[in-house]
Design a protein around this ligand. Sequence first.
Ligand code: ATP
Length: 138
Amino acid sequence: MSTMRLEIVTPERKVYEKDVNMVVVKGVAGELGILPNHIPLVTPLKVAPVKAKIGDKEEYLAVHGGFMEVRKDKVVILAEAAELGSDIDVSRARLAKERAERRLEQKQNDLNARRAELALARAISRLEATGGGNGRED
Ligand code: ATP
């Protein structure tokens, strides 16, 4: 099975660098599955988990927006923050989710409401990327 290099980089560090068979992301226009030799592409990403397939294994990463650049044999994702699912602190993400939900329930000005919405999206994405549930109310 052919592979391509997947790199996920934040301003702080290189979060991920591996040869993968497929990468699935949520672009602003919808979900995209990228295989090796895909046509070159640049797209902004939503705050959502990224899935990397290596053989019959799947790895999830929480990627908080940013951009993806696809080249023939390489995919680079640049994001403000990103974490490997296995590195995510679940209780911290749950607390962040509850905090954001509380803030959204309070009457807020638009800027604070937008901040809380983004914090909620990050927390849900982190919980999804741990594979331990969908992060939404359950
Ligand atoms: P919190 O309110 O818990 O800080 P946040 O969404 O405001 O969450 P960010 O500003 O997105 O946090 O991230 C700050 C730094 O902390 C980044 O380096 C990010 O990778 C890391 N981080 C945030 N939440 C978690 C988590 N639940 N597990 C592991 N790392 C996290």
